[in-house]
Design a protein around this ligand. Structure first.
Ligand SMILES: [Zn+2]
Length: 264
């Protein structure tokens, strides 16, 4: 792989034998033309699995039929998340976030002069006031709350029918991850938790989050759902778990880990 191409926010991909794949640089050039690619290159530093730099291109106005007539597909980033190899998706997600950042920070938010990429800091430096702007990463906690054989799972109105997941929320300025876990769980569900354990993390480029997973034990309180955040939340016995989020998600891994711990 030597280049990744987006049409707007959607990556150009190819259907392989069983799942989606990243098309080769040559394939993309053949389909889109060298001139069009050269004109759409975004100046960001993204590296492939081999450590080599990857060219990132964002096309604003390509005719989708031109791309698709060459056997390539323009798909939502979510499709790439579900069906690309996870290591390939990491690169696509990183490219998406960095390209978005460069394209939406062309002018300094302090003095409105143009910015340019600064190779030393990898930030965007203002040509007038020298302020350096960095890409935004928004940390969010995602928590499996356990009460004996039960897990607290909720669903947002946006979820596919019947799917429940672990509770999550964004970290606020000045807050530790642990404080965020306590606040979010209490705000969303009314219950209080204790005994937090770090589980793992997952970059989540929708649009620029980092999901930080925790396990927590129920301490006290009955369920009292915040209807602005959740359509429903329930305690589910390990033997009666509902439909889960996608297997690529950290939420899926948290629920699988809960099952394994309870069942021993
Ligand atoms: Zn400035």
């Amino acid at each position: 792989m030597s280049r990744i191409v987006f049409v707007g926010s959607r990556p150009v991909l190819e259907t392989g034998n069983s799942s989606l794949e990243l098309p080769s640089g040559g394939r993309l050039e053949e389909a889109l033309g060298a001139a069009r690619l050269a004109a759409s290159r975004v100046n960001v530093e993204v590296r492939g699995q081999d450590g080599a730099l990857v060219d990132v291109h964002v096309l604003a106005d390509v005719d989708i039929e031109v791309v698709e007539s060459s056997g390539l597909e323009v798909l939502p980033l979510r499709a790439a998340w579900r069906d690309l190899e996870p290591d390939d998706f990491r690169i696509v997600g990183t490219a998406r976030q960095k390209a978005d950042w460069v394209l939406t920070h062309r002018f300094c938010s302090r003095c409105a002069a143009p910015t340019t990429l600064d190779p030393e800091t990898e930030g965007l430096r203002c040509s007038e006031c020298s302020q350096v702007h960095y890409p935004r990463v928004a940390p969010a906690v995602i928590v499996l709350v356990q009460r004996g054989r039960e897990a607290l799972l909720g669903r947002s109105p946006r979820f596919p029918e019947g799917v429940y997941s672990t509770l999550a929320g964004f970290v606020e300025p000045g807050e530790t991850l642990e404080e965020c876990v306590h606040r979010e769980i209490e705000e969303e569900s009314g219950v209080r938790v204790q005994n937090l354990r770090y589980f793992g993390s997952q970059p989540h480029p929708f649009p620029h989050s980092l999901m930080v997973g925790f396990i927590a034990d129920w301490l006290e309180g009955d369920l009292c759902i915040d209807p602005t955040e959740l359509a429903d939340a329930q305690w589910f016995d390990v033997d009666e778990l509902p439909l889960r989020p996608h297997p690529r998600s950290i939420a899926f891994r948290l629920i699988a880990d809960f099952e394994q711990r309870v069942r021993g």
